[in-house]
Design a protein around this ligand. Structure first.
Ligand code: VG1
Ligand code: CO
Length: 580
């Protein structure tokens, strides 16, 4: 093949958000749009990092992925990349990409230097929905802000990109290596099985034998919903083939380009089928729900954990995994190096860290901040309120890992009663946890696709209010008399303890005397308008009061949040789009 230099002009708005660049498909398919972003990434990495490199390219299989993979292959070849690794059919979950970058060894002994992940995660897919792309570094984690800032700067000045001419489309459906010759020598495309490396990693972390015993026990029932995302590929291989679960326990496990028309976001609103099966839906379910249920998002880095008629909040989930990891999961048997959560995530993990005397970190939203801590050996388990949980086995959150972690805890707690005795259930484990550590009532209200100007004004209003706590408390008393006083309010700022970098404006916080918190943020993953997220949390230490309905317990604080922020006045919305 030859190298063509194609003239181009910048597009506005190619700034990577919380997790890469996400836009409508019709934006991505404009001539040169994807090309500009990919070339800007190569420029940001620098020629010395790109020439001769081995890069992974794959994703959740959403609409436009296959075309995008061919474009990136041709651009990589033209920029001097030596090898491209592609998961079969272009499918790799986000955690599997991270694992492949870190662990896979090519047939010629090569190791990956980084990779492009093609996904818009939990956003819907299809010709009228979203596509996305992000770059992960050599440690398997999302590019840090220093790199994404450079990418963005490059997109504003780009004048040309390089693309291979005379390089045919590569068959990405068949496993094997194709070799080509360009001006600088050999270029390989290596198509490999999407699950092998990931399964090997999972087997090195968990005791598959004890999970297999749990799954085959007659008194344990299981259900997994991949919402037609890429998780289905891994669920079949791991839960059915390796661990012996019934085929019928898998829901929506065939990956589809449009996720079957659904919203591949594992929460009580969008994972409808699973929610109904678990006995949590409004419709009355005839049959007895399974003991355990879980779901994933499009790229399989998120997870929702459910028990029979019981929802585990993600903030509780990470705390419970941290509290039980050393006993239940072989990978952690020698202890946890530390734990971390994102700022809006509830403080349930903080309490565990305190009890167990563990290092603890609070980072901004988005997985990129955990990676530095893990690379420095300071953090083993971490999580976010947005259904993200993970550990230092990779540098992304990991939906299947979280399910295996829960199954490990269940297997450990039930090791003596799998013969037919009464099971310790998911609900038992959570209630037991609350009785020891107290409970953090928690909810998140999302106002999606609101007018961007209105959202900005609302945030500015909340920042301005912070300068007078006296006034804030007066307003709050006028709304509801039985919430405590705000004793601190600020905009969250993070100084990375490893590299000293500072991230500002990471969310507006109102911190109450009794430990309650209200947090307001603008989403960085949407593709249209603005999304306002309101995070509401209240701590209850008294074990006789930890069993209340969460929405009921939080009602006064919710009212304060909505009125204090003048939500309806700024956005015209009288109710949120989604409550989690
Ligand atoms: C959201 C979540 C955040 C998560 C991010 C990526 O970001 O709140 O916790 O890390 O999505 O998740 P934002 O900026 O919209 O609040 V995923 O599954 O898209 O990779
Ligand atoms: Co995701």
């Amino acid at each position: 093949f030859q190298v063509a230099r194609v003239e181009t002009t910048p597009f506005d708005g190619q700034k990577p958000g919380t997790s890469g660049l996400r836009k409508k498909v019709k934006v991505f398919t404009q001539p040169h749009y994807l090309h500009n972003f990919v070339q800007s990434t190569f420029y940001a990495l620098g020629a010395d990092k790109v020439r001769g490199a081995t890069l992974v390219v794959s994703g959740d299989g959403r609409y436009y992925s296959k075309d995008a993979i061919q474009i990136i292959i041709k651009m990589a070849a033209a920029n001097g990349v030596r090898r491209i690794w592609v998961g079969q059919n272009g499918l790799l979950s986000t955690p599997a990409v991270s694992a492949v970058i870190r662990d896979r060894v090519g047939h010629d002994g090569s190791k990956a230097n980084g990779g492009f992940i093609l996904t818009a995660s939990h956003n819907p897919g299809g010709p009228h929905e979203d596509f996305g792309i992000k770059y992960n570094m050599e440690n398997g984690g999302p590019a840090p802000e220093s790199v994404t800032d450079k990418i963005y700067e490059n997109t504003k000045t780009i004048k040309e990109y390089l693309i291979a001419e005379g390089l045919p489309d590569v068959d990405i459906c068949t496993v094997g290596v194709s070799s080509f010759t360009g001006p600088e020598g050999q270029f390989d495309v290596d198509v490999f099985d999407s699950t092998t490396d990931y399964v090997k990693l999972m087997k090195s972390i968990f005791d598959f034998e004890s999970i297999r015993k749990l799954l085959s026990s007659p008194n344990f029932t299981f259900c997994y919903d991949a919402l037609h995302g890429v998780a289905g590929v891994y669920a079949k291989r791991i839960f059915v083939e390796e661990l012996g679960a019934e085929e019928s326990s898998l829901l929506n496990c065939v990956p589809k380009e449009d996720f079957g028309g659904g919203h591949p976001d594992p929460n009580l609103t969008y994972a409808k089928e699973l929610v109904a099966r678990m006995g949590l839906g409004k419709t009355n379910n005839e049959s007895e729900p399974p003991e355990f249920g879980a779901a994933a998002d499009g790229d399989a880095d998120r997870n929702m954990i459910l028990g029979k008629r019981f929802f585990v909040t993600p903030s509780d989930s990470v705390a419970i995994i941290a509290a039980n990891a050393v006993e239940a999961i072989p990978y952690f048997s020698s202890g946890l190096k530390g734990v971390a959560r994102s700022m809006p995530t509830s403080a349930a993990l903080d309490v565990v860290a305190k009890h167990l005397n563990l290092k603890f970190f609070e980072v901004p939203t988005g997985w990129k901040f955990f990676g530095n801590l893990m690379d420095a050996g300071m953090c083993s388990v971490c999580g976010e309120e947005s259904f993200g949980t993970g550990s230092d086995h990779i540098r992304e959150k990991d939906g299947i890992w979280a399910v295996l972690a829960w199954l490990s805890i269940l297997a450990y707690k039930n090791k003596d009663n799998l013969g037919g005795g009464k099971l310790v259930t998911v609900e038992d484990i959570v209630r037991q946890h609350w009785s020891v550590y107290g409970r953090h009532y928690y909810t998140r209200y999302d106002y999606e696709n609101v007018d961007a100007g209105g959202a900005k004004d609302l945030m500015a209003h909340l920042v301005k209010l912070q300068s007078s706590l006296g006034e804030v408390n007066e307003i709050i008393k006028g709304i509801c008399s039985d919430v405590s006083n705000v004793d601190r309010a600020d905009e969250f700022e993070y100084k990375d303890p490893v590299d000293g970098s500072i991230s500002k404006h990471q969310g507006i916080r109102y911190l109450f005397e009794d430990g309650s918190r209200l947090v307001f943020r603008l989403s960085g993953t949407g593709s249209e308008g603005a999304t306002i997220r309101v995070y509401i949390e209240q701590y209850e230490k008294d074990s006789s009061k930890t069993g209340r309905d969460s929405q009921e317990a939080l009602a006064p604080l919710v009212e304060v949040a909505i009125k204090l922020s003048k939500m309806e006045a700024f956005t015209g919305r009288s109710a949120p789009t989604v409550i989690t």
